[in-house]
Design a protein around this ligand. Sequence first.
Ligand SMILES: *Cc1c(COP(=O)(O)O)cnc(C)c1O
Length: 354
Amino acid sequence: MSRFRSSRFGGIEVYVPGEQPRDKKYIKLNTNESPYPPSPAVLSAAGGAAWNLNLYCDPTARRLRAATAEVFGVEPECVLPVNGSDEILDFAFMAFCDSSTAVAYPETSYGFYPVLAGLHGIEKREIPLKKDFSVDCRDYLGLGCTIVIANPNAPTGLALGLEDIEKILRSNPDNVVVVDEAYVDFGAESAIPLTKHYGNLLVTRTFSKSHSLAGARLGFGVACPELIADLTAIKDCTNPYNVNAMTQAAGVAAFEDNGIYMSNCRAVAETRDKTASELRALGFELTDSKANFLFLRHPAVSGGELYARLREKGILVRHFSKPSIEDYNRVTVGSPDEMEAFISAVKEVLHEKG
Ligand SMILES: *Cc1c(COP(=O)(O)O)cnc(C)c1O
């Protein structure tokens, strides 16, 4: 740290992304990317947009907002495209929290929430999960602060039903509830239709997991026009051209091909369920994941050791050192071939343990 850093940011916790190693070719099951490439129309749309890179992109992302609105049956003024959904979480923390409005979220969840709270000096209310890793909606009733819930949650993969989301919305009418739906396309129910009925609901989405565009950095929020106006004000004060021209074009093309991506998501869900039953047969304990990853532990090998042994074998998974989940690993669901390689490597590790 230099002596020039503002004291406001002196002791901030920094987000550490999953490894993106370049030293050798790994089977990458550590950051929940799609195993399937972008569709040809997306590649050509992004390439076409590159011809105009001398010009600024559309700061209102008009075409992309219209395409998004059409897919979800909402009005374009209910949509804000962003530079990865991490960006809209940042905007939401700025727009809807302050020195008197804390933020509550599940204690075991996406690691960016505490980081953003720290960055903006917001008080954190971390709410423990139940013993089975589930979120109990009763813990979120009448909290009187901003609430963020990933649904399905990460890294557990467990999802809440919409009745529970509605209870939380109704019992916190004077606060914004953010539902982070990064993984919803793999098997949970979206709260986007509820944005028409609840003025305090913001749903955030990403193209990174379900739409094969992690490297393009594209996400969006859906909410009532007033909340979107608040978030747009923050966007215009920090980065008015937040989604670059190639990514805007890629997003429009991806939604025109939405059927392909939804069928990829169903394929991932099938691979997930098949892999889960193979792992159970090998003695693993798993949560009932509705996401594109599995959350697993084995009684005979620690989370840290399984991570390290798989890494030696060229397979990267995600291990978290947080004590409550240190026995576990989070494994992205890859292609059927990748998961076969993963299962064989796991069998070797278990065999070598005796
Ligand atoms: C991956 C992820 C995001 C962020 O995705 P972007 O790549 O920034 O769009 C947000 N929330 C959760 C829970 C995630 O796992």
